[in-house]
Design a protein around this ligand. Sequence first.
Ligand code: NAD
Ligand code: ZN
Length: 347
Amino acid sequence: MRALQLTAPGVLEMREVPVPEIGPDDLLIRVGAAGLCHSDSFVVGLPFPLREDPMTLGHEIAGTVEAVGGEVTGRAVGERGIVYLCWSCGTCRECRSGNENVCLAAGRTAMPPCPGLGPDGGMADYVRVPANSFVPVGDLDFEQAAPLADAALTSYHAIRGAREQLRPGATAVAIGIGGLGHVAVQILKAVAEDVRVVAVDVTPDKLDLAAECGADLGLLADGETAARILELTDGRGAEAVFDFVGTDPTARLAVESVAPNGAYRMVGLGGGNPGIDAGPAGGPGLPWGATVRKSYGGTKSDLLASVELARQGRLRMAVERFDLADGPTALDRLDHGRIRGRAVLIP
Ligand code: NAD
Ligand code: ZN
């Protein structure tokens, strides 16, 4: 089969490899679509290899069950679904409490094995997955379903974690209207009643996309953005700020525009420094009561909720389709901010 593999730091290659063998608790999935996330770009850019041997990328997987392991119950060949990306242990205290994204088995880094970021992922004709990671999607298109596995899951989790701030009349800011951000705007509109959504990005076309997704207002990111948000909120700031970029400027923007008791959620992995200190609140720094959460992925129930929203027609992914073989081109466009919504690779 074909697989898009990271063969050395910075080197992506389409290779012919054997179809994976499955164990008794696994499924073999025939991939229908695989989303391309900015985290893939991060992994390709790492200066060291994640694995000694070539690794197939792809953690947003949608497809059809092709084969079922001998010990698996309740799954059948031909079922359509997506793959939950936290391959957590399922038995620890956190997993049993429904916090699979911070599984104890993953240690303090709390990042359970994830396809395409350790085990082989879904940018291939077939992928092996643990059967309990499979989530049926009914008749959703694969290219609509694949981005639910991360773009929607991660956004949904960050937003659910700020639900106390998202009361009627509140303002929410989404910084970075890419794969995650354009879904986050829709989730905010779907789950938070009467919340004003302000979208921030560096290009006008991303703000147009945000408007199509239901954002009430779009702001270009520049030196004035925090002041604009304060102006819009009577000097108080936004009750929730979701940063889907995570660089120095966006981290500072979040700190400078969040309201007292507000929620600042770090999702983007840009390595930015928000410059938070333990001094008295005042000036442009973090206001009293504001919370910061570094949000990773989401729980299985966040994924089920995302699938449900999509099946109800309340989440619509903006998708750019690429042939699997054109993955490197798609990645290059993503790196240059030239993907509208999510790039999805079709084997
Ligand atoms: P993307 O490339 O599709 O979108 C990023 C968007 O941010 C683009 O629209 C870009 O124009 C915009 N942007 C860039 N610089 C900006 C700035 N200074 N101000 C405002 N907007 C700016 O990326 P994505 O796939 O949506 O991923 C977003 C981030 O989230 C990445 O860092 C990714 O690694 C991370 N991520 C984190 C998790 C998690 O669990 N925490 C999960 C998935 C992705
Ligand atoms: Zn991702």
